[in-house]
Design a protein around this ligand. Structure first.
Ligand code: NAD
Length: 508
């Protein structure tokens, strides 16, 4: 399979396409090595993960070169991926011991105090990680690292559009001499489907359409999964907002990585009194942005789209909006070079247009005037998606109050993407934006584990427990009365009501 630079069309690499048999063979090998990986525990794994972190830092320039070659990103966008991975490794490698430690919950009833209770976190042996093309190194790393930290082995299936960076990640893992618990299978949908059919847990990031197919396949096999899917994130600009910050923040939130970010700002609602001023500020700023393909020297803000297919989606959304009465106050067309599309601000838009309802995943910012906060919230919630949102206001309490009215997995007040860079928070989408959370705090590791309940006696044991055979009314009656005494309310607790019923001839 050939890999191309979308900015120039140049072929930059070739990868093999793994068949179902090759995928199964890789999973078998991972299964053999995983028990040892689990056995070295969080402290042993931390050593390898921090070595990988060093490798990523030492190889950042090379990694950014590879990443630019397969995406057409500007240098600054390309440098985000290794930096993000380094940060996440630090978080999970150092906290895995605490997050995965055995827990000893208090027994729910005094009767159960005769046991020591333990919840043990045991990893799924092999986790399949399937990723999209928008961040070819970060997307794989952000899922591979927590799964490895949890003690699972990982088979990674990167996007067929951008497989080279994922192969670099695996090269780094073997170059540091780490145990062979990370493999990559390159290929397209069929290879991905083979991964889903073989692993013990599926972590998927990509489109809602593919996510649905993966969920169905996992249901068939009864294996668990977590899905991070598409989004149509709204930004709500209220009349009391700092409009300069809102314009800069929303321009970055919508156009970073040429808009190819799951949590990019895809639609903007602005309260009527500040609408004109906001649109002027946003447009002036977007017009200043520099677009093009650079190398190691950082010269541009916005790069190419990842594929011709992606550029065609963006073109369709903008053309549809303009045909229905919208105006492009800046941009609005493909540049004619490679897959570049001009950074675009659209006005006079409404929810009858694809640009306000379907995921665009491109450098467009459609802006709509709303009467007030209530209309902004209602329109923001008028979506099948629910990944994240932003609220721009001069009043933090108001922003936090509005956040609780929005149907989204994350809300940033006066900022974009901030939730993504705070690993202690869950990163998950609501509605058709996902199932489960991709990472975040202890749950980000525990999701890759099966919880095991272990009980062991604290006191010396008798030959038999009260419940065991043969049944005896006296022993069983005593046990049931004790259970009721521990759990029930009022007279029922003491069994007095039963006594009264029996004496009164009502029986039980
Ligand atoms: P995609 O769904 O087309 O492909 C994603 C991955 O799934 C690729 O590796 C692909 O080969 C694989 N795949 C395709 N069909 C498969 C199947 N039947 N079984 C198993 N694997 C299969 O998505 P894409 O076009 O690569 O990425 C863009 C999408 O990803 C957008 O919708 C975007 O919103 C979403 N995304 C979401 C997040 C998030 O965190 N929520 C992050 C990045 C991208």
């Amino acid at each position: 399979m050939e890999v191309h630079n979308p900015a120039t069309g140049e072929e930059v690499g070739r990868v093999t396409v793994d068949s179902a048999d090759e995928v199964a063979a890789k999973v078998d090998r991972l299964r053999q090595h995983q028990p040892e990986w689990e056995a070295i525990g969080p402290a042993g794994r931390k050593r390898w993960l921090l070595k990988l972190q060093d490798w990523l830092i030492d190889n950042t320039d090379h990694l950014a070169d590879v990443l630019q070659s397969e995406t057409g990103k500007p240098r600054m966008d390309a440098l985000i991926d290794p930096g993000f991975a380094v940060d996440l490794i630090g978080y999970y490698a150092r906290r895995a011991g605490k997050f995965l430690a055995d827990e000893h919950p208090s027994p729910h009833s005094p009767l159960a105090r005769v046991k020591r209770l333990t919840t043990v976190y045991r990893p799924y042996p092999v986790v399949g990680v399937i990723t999209p093309w928008n961040f070819p190194l970060a997307m794989p790393a952000l899922d591979v690292i927590p799964a490895l930290a949890a003690g699972a082995a990982v088979l990674l299936k990167p996007s067929e559009v951008t497989p080279l960076s994922a192969l670099e990640l695996a090269r780094g893992w073997s170059e540091i001499g780490a145990p062979p618990v990370l493999s990559v299978s390159t290929g397209a949908a069929e290879t991905g489907a083979a991964v889903v059919n073989t692993v013990d847990y599926v972590q998927f990031t990509g489109s809602t359409r593919t996510g649905r197919a993966i969920a169905a396949a996992c249901a068939e096999r009864l294996v668990p999964y977590s899905l991070e899917l598409g989004g149509k994130d709204p930004a709500l600009v209220l009349a009391d907002a700092d409009l300069d910050r809102a314009a800069y923040g929303i321009a970055f939130g919508g156009l970073f990585n040429a808009g190819q970010v799951c949590i990019s700002v895809e639609r903007v609602y602005v309260e009527a009194p500040v609408y004109d001023e906001f649109v002027t500020k946003l447009t002036e700023h977007v017009r200043e942005l520099r677009q093009g393909a650079d190398g190691r020297e950082s010269r541009y803000d916005i790069g190419a789209l990842a594929s011709h297919a992606q550029r065609d989606v963006v073109t369709r959304h903008v053309d549809d909006a303009i045909a229905k009465g919208a105006r492009a106050v800046t941009g609005g067309r493909p540049t004619g070079v490679g897959t570049f599309f001009e950074p675009t601000v659209l006005v006079d838009v409404d929810h009858g247009m694809a640009c306000m309802t379907e995921e665009t995943f491109g450098p467009t910012l459609p802006v709509m005037k709303v009467a007030d906060e209530a209309e902004a919230v209602a329109l923001a919630n008028d979506s099948i998606y629910g990944l994240s949102a932003s609220v721009w206001t001069g009043d933090r309490a108001r922003g936090e109050r509005i956040a609780r009215q929005l149907d989204a997995g994350a809300v940033n007040v006066n900022d974009v993407f901030a939730n993504l860079f705070n690993f202690a928070l869950p990163m998950g989408g609501w509605q058709q934006s996902g199932v489960g959370a991709r990472w975040g705090g202890a749950e980000g590791l525990r999701k890759y584990c099966r919880k095991q309940a272990v009980t062991a006696p604290i006191l010396p044991t008798q030959q038999k427990e009260l419940f065991w055979f043969p049944y005896s009314t006296r022993k069983l009656g005593f046990a049931l009365t004790a259970m009721r005494a521990a759990g029930a309310r009022g007279l029922r607790r003491l069994g007095v009501r039963d006594v009264i019923n029996t004496v009164g001839g009502k029986g039980k």
